[in-house]
Design a protein around this ligand. Structure first.
Ligand SMILES: *[C@@H]1O[C@H](CO)[C@@H](O)[C@H](O)[C@H]1NC(C)=O
Ligand SMILES: *[C@@H]1O[C@H](CO)[C@@H](O)[C@H](O)[C@H]1NC(C)=O
Length: 301
């Protein structure tokens, strides 16, 4: 039996109005539902995890949702693989589990950014603790422009952006350096707070790549003294509070896949400096993000 036209119309009206009022501003990978009292509850695509839409979603949960979305064919697969994303296991709190494994049973330990920081092993591999990434370096490049920007103004605009768009308290922005067209931002945070620097970096990365996690038409806009600063490139480097556990052989044999950086033991620091110098030269020529496609690693030089 068909429902009367009035009921159908009312239903359509209710569905559209609830769809409008009930969305998750900070996470488009969600399905939201409004209850009778009008409360909006949003759950991550493909899981039962409830998302707090007034703050950022953790990187682990985002990666998980994106992988689910790929499986459901919400988006082209090629693009995701290019991003070096894997399907992570997250704790209830949303942080990465210290040990991650792939379907083939290969396991490795990650930091709070979800990046591999040890050699690989089998299922017997033990990761005692999740090591904190307490330092994130972001390098941005903006499009050529005829405008001249003062370093101080750029720093101010970006601090404003981080505070408003990514809800990061300015005290975690250790430095912003500007040397046109490159911008370096150092984020430092020793303990996880309501918004983690790693999550902020991930949201920003998505924004710059034109694949914003924010809902609907919330595109990234940075304006310095009323003039557009169009960011076209981003690189993110992660530094953990403890050195990664790669053997020198692993490290030297595969410099192109160095994962997490730590500046602590002398031997390691020297190698790191060499890598950094080479990288810097290379960057001058071409600032382009290169990533591994097969390995569950997010960082490469
Ligand atoms: C809905 O929101 C109100 C006010 O914020 C709150 O008191 C109430 O407990 C919520 N109801 C549910 C079912 O969460
Ligand atoms: C959601 O996040 C905001 C901002 O961090 C916080 O104040 C609020 O308590 C959170 N709500 C829940 C239900 O956790």
């Amino acid at each position: 039996m068909e429902p009367p036209l009035g009921v159908t119309l009312l239903l359509i009206l209710m569905i559209t109005s609830s769809a409008q009022s009930c969305t998750c501003v900070t996470n488009k990978w969600t399905v939201c539902d409004q209850d009778a009292s009008g409360n909006c509850t949003c759950k991550l695509v493909g899981s039962d995890h409830t998302v707090n839409c007034s703050t950022l979603t953790s990187k682990c949960l985002l990666m998980k949702a994106e992988m689910t979305a790929v499986k459901l064919s919400f988006r082209p697969r090629v693009k995701l693989l290019d991003g070096g994303i894997y399907n992570p296991e997250c704790e209830d709190s949303g942080i990465f589990k210290a040990r991650q494994c792939d379907e083939a049973g290969t396991c490795w330990c990650v930091n709070t950014a979800g990046i591999r920081r040890t050699g690989k092993g089998d299922k017997s591999l033990i990761c005692n603790e999740l090591i904190r990434t307490n330092w994130v370096d972001i390098e941005l490049k903006h499009k050529e422009t005829s405008h001249y920007f003062e370093a101080l103004d750029v720093a101010e605009a970006l601090t404003h952006l981080f505070e408003n768009r990514y809800k990061l308290q300015p005290k975690y922005i250790a430095a912003v350096k500007y040397d046109s067209p490159f911008i370096q931002i150092h984020l430092k945070q020793n303990k996880r707070c309501d918004v983690d620097i790693v999550d902020v970096a991930y949201y920003l990365e998505k924004d710059v790549k034109g694949d914003s996690v924010f809902h609907s038409d919330s595109t990234l806009r940075v304006s310095v003294n009323g003039k557009d600063l169009a960011i076209e490139n981003i690189r993110v480097y992660y530094v953990d509070e403890k050195p990664p556990v790669f053997s020198m052989k692993q490290l030297l044999g595969d410099i192109s896949a160095v994962v997490a950086m730590v500046i602590l033991p002398a031997g390691f620091a020297i190698i790191l400096v060499i890598i950094l110098c080479q990288r810097r030269k290379y960057r001058k020529i071409k600032m382009e993000r290169m990533r591994e496609t097969e390995e569950p690693i997010l960082q490469s030089f």
